[in-house]
Design a protein around this ligand. Sequence first.
Ligand code: A2P
Length: 272
Amino acid sequence: MEAARLMEVVEGPVLPKSVTEESVLAVHHWTDELFTLRVTRPASFRFRSGEFAMLGLMVEGRPLLRAYSMASPSWDDGLDFFSIKVPDGPLTSRLQHVAVGDRLLLGRKPTGTLVLDALTPGRRLFLLGTGTGMAPFASLIRDPETYERYDEVVLTHTCRNVADLGYGASMVDALGDDPLVGEIAPSKLTYYASATREDFIHRGRITDLIDSGRIFEDVGVEPLALESDRVMLCGSQDMLDDLSTLLEGHGFTEGNHSEPGHYVIEKAFVEK
Ligand code: A2P
């Protein structure tokens, strides 16, 4: 018996030292293509709101991991992740089927540039997300420091279809009941959602909405200004390229950990 168990341990898949094994606490399917996962958080796992970590599964005896932004606030006991489902995607085709109690792999070292410290001081913070690029902002809008540093926070989320906006909208709706930011967030945060391929109250790509000034008219705030505004971007590579070009055209410079700037970027998790 002991010998058999020992064999199992020796022959079983070997976990890399860089990951821990965590349990799935909850799964929520928002649409046929989007879902959220809540997993246990190891006591040693510390992160700053806006960062990402590696998340995945053992597949055929090997760890298969992808970068995922933490969508939960840094003070939360559990960790939330927001994912697309790609039918033939190596990881998400499997990850979408996990159930409560299943084991997942989590990288020990969170990292990323969508952090408040990578921006120079400003008055307004724009969080511009498309698709699953909402995830890091779901964390940042529940961090009290976001509201300590900025007078106004404008969160935009653009998706192809209206149903894809559901997760972000529910995060914003719940802010009033949040134990830490429930008082301050509703008075400082403006949420602007738009759809590009369906009729909706706001329609269009965020690039066009900024370019035309439409978003500022709709929200009733001053247009983008270098002196007052700082920006975080999270979306596809094309979205990041186009918005970076737009911002640089206004004189904004990209920041990072060692050199804070006017804006920071992170690619939303995509699996091709
Ligand atoms: P569109 O429907 O016009 O492509 P995706 O799921 O491909 O990442 O897209 C998420 C959202 O981001 C969609 O609404 C999409 O609009 C929009 N989008 C895609 N590419 C860009 C871009 N280069 N600039 C701004 N928004 C973009």
